[in-house]
Design a protein around this ligand. Structure first.
Ligand code: FES
Length: 160
């Protein structure tokens, strides 16, 4: 029987420690460290934020303030598939809000949440740069345009 040793986690903290050592404690370095930490852990759990605070000397409120200010930082894990649905003007006028409702209903989550099985995370964005395809969503880098309620269901099934 395989027993988890926590070595993977230790290795992640070891890598993070090396990264922190490579930076000065200038304010700009905190953002860089947080980005790298997120790359290592997949998101920024509380214990990682405490670790960064301790190792860098930045106060925990400062660290938390930066993480909550920038949308690119995640405080909770994301699913295997991240659905980014556009709610920009061009997509909105073509019914994107109804697509959000449909996805929320089909997956049983609200925007910003991840399904219990860890498969899908639903996010909304302001423009994906493909307005002619609207309503449009990107799932792990794959564009799905001209969405309708029926098409949303079909698209999600592709990832089941
Ligand atoms: S407004 Fe939706 S892609 Fe631009």
């Amino acid at each position: 029987m395989k027993v988890s040793s926590g070595k993977g986690k230790d290795e992640k903290y070891r890598r993070l420690t090396e990264i922190i050592k490579g930076y000065s404690n200038s304010p700009g370095s905190l953002i860089q460290i947080l980005h790298q930490a997120q790359n290592i852990f997949g998101y920024l759990p509380k214990e990682v934020l405490c670790f960064i605070s301790k190792e860098t000397g930045f106060s925990s409120s400062r660290v938390y303030g930066v993480v909550t200010f920038y949308e690119s930082f995640r405080l909770s894990p994301v699913g295997k598939y991240t659905i980014k649905l556009c709610l920009g003007t061009a997509c909105h006028v073509r019914g994107a809000s109804a697509m959000v409702d449909e996805i929320e209903t089909l997956l049983g989550i609200k925007r910003g949440q991840t399904t219990e099985d860890g498969k899908f995370t639903l996010q909304t964005v302001n423009c994906l740069g493909s307005c002619a395809l609207g309503p449009v969503a990107v799932i792990n880098g794959n564009y799905h345009g001209h969405l309708t309620r029926r098409r949303v269901e079909r698209v999600l099934k592709e990832y089941q």
